[in-house]
Design a protein around this ligand. Structure first.
Ligand SMILES: NC(=O)c1ccc[n+]([C@@H]2O[C@H](COP(=O)([O-])OP(=O)(O)OC[C@H]3O[C@@H](n4cnc5c(N)ncnc54)[C@H](O)[C@@H]3O)[C@@H](O)[C@H]2O)c1
Length: 437
């Protein structure tokens, strides 16, 4: 045992501000309302259903995570957000078509009461979308100030104690780090000068972090992961995590790949294709938005397989990722993976995975857990990149000098050890010699 970290209590209300009240956000919000009413269970949420082993296996101490740590209670959450469409959350959830109307109707009043604040949006960054509920401002600094005013008004109107912000807006076009991202001073000058390298998501991230709010990026676009915003987070004490939630195909990839590698099974190629028919799929049909997603999806295998350490097994893997917009499927994505593997003496084999998943059903618990864990991090005074939340993300944010950890099982161990550390419990190494001495 060591000294526990001081964690402020989760008293009062937690405001969860979602940028983009589309399929993912409305499925999260409606889900929390349904769970609060006892209509459904929080399946998929580690904060709500997961346990954590403490001490030795002989001690039989495995509390629920939510009983072990002072997480905000689901009853204390207030939701709000921004969207370029003015539909309230009930209408938006119906439009998204993820949850059945029967369920939505049971939480209709609460959902309909959430009306999106007007958005900071520019078509330059999401070519396939346009909507009327958009702010006007003299420059990007002015827009950031308007978002800060929204944040403060929301906090006061809803009597929130604390807030977190999560970007669940559409995937923006691919942007790489530019000079205006390299320092806070350059970024703030860029806001004034309307620098095109500052996308809408960055204006939200800036506003959140400037206000000291925890910020998560649930999408793949470069949002808070630039030196300027890291500098700001260090100043204001904001914890941040992202990018791009690990849901369908990439979740399965990061479950299968560590297993193949653990047994030293070689991989010659990994072909992944998806059909998807929701608005996200429509946005990703634009090559520039798809490029952002593709980069995010492709990273995981390289890091898990470490071809530099295992050239005989993983050098030159042919890794292909496709997403095709196919409206009839709506949010119910179908993914196919063909994996060409080889074993003893190089003999080839194949593995085929056909995953009929529901994108937003897999994403909603990640949004909830990110909000609750980031709020915990803030109360525990942990700021900057929260690598222990990599577990939830396809392109985990990481310190510039290290590579990101993609293996789901290492990520889970890191997450749970962080929770043990916060409470002063012994970290679990799984060495286990003591049972046999
Ligand atoms: N569902 C998943 O499994 C999953 C997994 C990983 C990442 N994501 C990402 O999460 C994001 C949301 O996914 P979704 O399925 O809810 O998409 P969606 O299209 O249903 O919702 C996105 C919403 O964001 C709004 N929006 C876009 N730009 C905005 C802006 N600047 N300000 C405010 N609102 C804005 C859109 O109007 C839309 O309502 C996407 O970027 C997607 O790639 C989803």
């Amino acid at each position: 045992m060591s000294t526990p970290v001081e964690i402020a209590p989760a008293s009062g209300k937690l405001g969860v501000l979602l940028v983009g009240l589309g399929a993912v956000s409305t499925t999260t919000i409606a889900g929390v309302f349904a769970i609060r009413k006892g209509l459904a269970k929080p399946i998929g949420s580690l904060t709500q259903m997961g346990t954590i082993r403490l001490g030795k296996r002989t001690e039989n101490r495995t509390p629920l995570i939510k009983d072990f740590l002072p997480l905000a209670d689901l009853n204390d959450i207030v939701f709000g957000g921004w969207d370029i469409f003015a539909d309230n959350c009930y209408e938006a959830a119906k439009h998204a078509g993820v949850l059945e109307e029967k369920l939505l109707d049971q939480v209709k009043d609460e959902l309909a009461a959430i009306k999106p604040m007007s958005a900071v949006f520019d078509r330059q960054y999401v070519k396939r979308l346009d909507g009327p509920n958009v702010k006007k401002g003299k420059n990007k600094k002015d827009l950031a100030d308007q978002l800060i005013a929204d944040i403060r008004t929301f906090k006061a109107d809803n009597k929130c104690d604390r807030l977190v912000m999560i970007w669940a807006g559409s995937t923006e076009v691919f942007i790489t780090e530019q000079p205006c991202h390299r320092s806070l001073a350059a970024f703030e000058a860029g806001l004034e000068a309307n620098d095109p390298a500052i996308a809408s998501s960055m204006i939200y991230a800036y506003a959140a972090i400037k206000e000291g709010l925890p910020y998560a990026n649930a999408a793949p676009n470069l949002s808070a992961e630039v030196p300027a915003l890291r500098e700001l987070a260090a100043k204001t004490g904001s914890p941040v995590c992202g990018n791009d939630m690990k849901t369908g195909q990439t979740l399965i990839k990061t479950i299968i790949a560590p297993g193949l590698k653990a047994r030293m099974i070689g991989v010659a190629g990994w072909y992944s294709t998806n059909i998807l028919g929701n608005r996200d799929g429509e946005v990703l049909d634009d090559p520039e938005s798809f490029k952002t997603k593709e980069e995010s999806k492709k990273g995981a295998l390289d890091y898990i397989f470490q071809p530099n350490l295992y050239p005989d097994l993983y050098k030159d893997i042919s890794h292909v990722v496709r997403i095709n917009y196919y409206p009839p499927r709506g949010d119910n994505k179908e993914g196919w993976d063909n994996i060409d593997i080889f074993g003893w003496l190089g003999y080839p084999m194949q593995l085929k995975i056909n995953f009929l998943c529901r994108d937003s059903i897999l994403a909603a618990p990640i949004v909830l857990d990110s909000a609750l864990f980031l709020d915990l991090a803030k109360r525990a005074n942990m700021h900057g990149i929260q690598e222990w939340l990599s577990f939830y993300y396809k392109s985990p944010m990481h310190a510039p000098e290290i590579y990101p950890e993609h293996d789901l099982f290492i990520q889970l161990m890191k997450l749970k050890n962080t929770l043990r550390y916060l409470k002063g419990e012994d970290l679990i190494t799984h060495l286990g010699r003591e049972y046999y001495d």
